[in-house]
Design a protein around this ligand. Structure first.
Ligand code: G2I
Length: 466
């Protein structure tokens, strides 16, 4: 064979090989194209969820669709403040638990909605203000997030705190009147209570670049620059007839701040429903940090938008054209051939870990020495109370248990604590490990926390290994 013929044969082989490889990929893609919303989303490393109601878990048609199509759920009302703390200090989790248990038994993720909101507050909180309301609100965050610790993929920590209209500022509410820092205190408090949950700010009318979304964008940028623990922004996306042309660009600008974005309450009324569902779905897939989509209900008859039929299934549970458009978009058409398929819904959230996971090794070498430990404290102080997060770090040897001593100033009384036992609620307090966090490997850390009235200045924790 002459050199020229050899090159030509090689080219021919390369061409045939490339076509075969392409075909194989197309066939693999076709074979693995998701046949359900959750399955198709999982192949793209995302979840597809629905808002659901505990009261409908006995409806056979509803549950059949839920279990077949979705791998994430959001309680539509059951985790709101009025539902979970109807009387101050008395928590009722029965209906929320029914949803969490349904999800857990089927490997579905749970989006917690919502810890703090100006609406659907219990009457006792609606009548409160100032320090009393601030303390009650943060106690609510701590108690609910602690109760569900480890079970919630993402918390909507704060819902709808920005005003509509041109100003880009905060909405007036009883919570806002406790001080502009209420949102960041809520995020710090939620992180302390459940360090593994993704913490989201969630709002509506933020679907394009506008004054309201830019106000939120500026808050997120500020939070990221100051280390306030925010992991994601939720875009409710209650749409009619169309979606803003800069929807994807708007998601992307938030993602570029270093947070995930999620479409959290999608429903679309009016004309072009199927096409708009497809466009929204493709926008999420085009943004690497868009980790999932939740529709706000299952059947049209389940929607809060009575008579507008904005969902993916009709009142009888049949798939609508909007369903097919969404599934097709999730499967990506021709563009999926180069994407290696993955299988099954994720068993762990398809998100990056928190920026400061509780197990992150300390950046400075521990000084506890062999067998010893050190303790440092981070305070989220507000007028009249604080949340303390205490980090226990083992020295150059592993420890099997620890005891931290803090001295609370007079006037400070601990109201609740997590991940530690306490000897007292005021004065000098000994904190000892619980059964799951006593063993800490050399140089590694664990955290516990507590909420207290008064001021946390001068706590100066000391640690001894036990
Ligand atoms: O308003 C639509 C959504 C906007 N974003 C936040 C979401 O939490 C909100 O959800 C809706 C629920 O879909 C409704 O189901 O929030 C409404 C309350 O603002 C929910 O409506 C309430 C009714 O107002 C109550 O009368 C009713 O008792 O639902 C309750 C439970 O069915």
């Amino acid at each position: 064979m002459t050199p020229t013929k050899r090159v030509r044969a090689g080219l021919a082989l390369t061409g045939a090989g490339a076509i075969a490889a392409c075909l194989a990929m197309v066939m693999a893609s076709a074979a693995s194209a998701g046949t359900t919303l959750g399955g198709a989303a999982a192949e793209k490393g995302r979840y597809f969820g629905a808002a659901i109601a505990a009261g409908k878990l006995g409806d056979n048609t509803y549950v059949t669709i839920l279990n077949r199509e979705f791998n994430s759920v959001t309680p539509e009302n059951e985790m709101k403040w009025a539902s979970t703390e109807p009387t101050q200090g008395t928590f009722t989790f029965g209906n929320a638990d029914r949803i969490v248990n349904h999800a857990a038994g089927r490997g579905m993720m749970v989006r917690g909605h919502t810890l703090l909101w100006h609406a659907q507050q219990p009457g006792w909180a609606e009548g409160m203000s100032g320090t009393a309301l601030r303390n009650a609100a943060m106690n609510h965050v701590t108690r609910v997030a602690t109760y569900y610790r480890g079970k919630i993929h993402t918390w909507d920590v704060v819902n709808e705190a920005f005003a509509d209209g041109g100003g880009g500022g905060r909405r007036d509410s009883n919570l806002q009147r406790t001080g502009n820092d209420w949102i960041e205190v809520a995020f710090r408090t939620a992180r302390a209570a459940d360090p593994g949950a993704r913490l989201c700010y969630n709002d509506y009318n933020t679907d394009g670049v506008n004054a309201k979304s830019t106000g939120i964008y500026n808050m997120v940028r500020d939070f990221k620059s100051r280390g306030v623990p925010i992991d994601c922004v939720g875009f409710q996306s209650h749409l009619t007839n169309s979606v803003p042309g800069d929807y994807q660009a708007n998601l992307q600008r938030f993602a570029d701040l270093g947070v995930d974005v999620q479409i959290t309450e999608l429903d679309i009324a009016g004309a072009n429903q199927a096409a708009v569902y497809g466009t929204v779905t493709r926008a999420c897939l085009a943004v690497a940090r868009c980790t999932g989509i939740t529709v706000w209900g299952i059947r049209d008859s389940d929607s809060w938008r009575t008579g507008q039929n904005p969902l993916l299934f009709d009142g009888s549970g049949n798939k609508k054209a909007a369903y097919t458009a969404t599934l097709d978009a999730l499967n990506g058409g021709g563009t999926t051939v180069t994407t290696p398929p993955t299988s099954g819904p994720p068993t762990t959230p398809p998100t990056t870990p928190p920026t400061t996971p509780p197990t992150t090794p300390p950046t400075t070498p521990p000084t506890g020495g062999p067998g010893g430990c050190t303790a440092t404290v981070t305070l989220n102080q507000w007028n009249g109370g604080f949340v303390a997060t205490v980090r226990v770090t083992a020295g150059s040897s592993a420890i099997n248990g620890w005891r931290v001593t803090t001295t609370l100033p007079s006037g400070a009384t601990v109201s609740n604590a997590w991940s530690a036992n306490r000897s007292a609620s005021s004065g000098t307090v000994q904190w000892t490990n619980v059964d799951y966090n006593g063993r800490v490997a050399a140089g590694q850390s664990t955290e516990f926390g507590f909420q207290s009235s008064g001021t946390g200045a001068g706590l100066a924790p000391t640690c001894t290994a036990s």
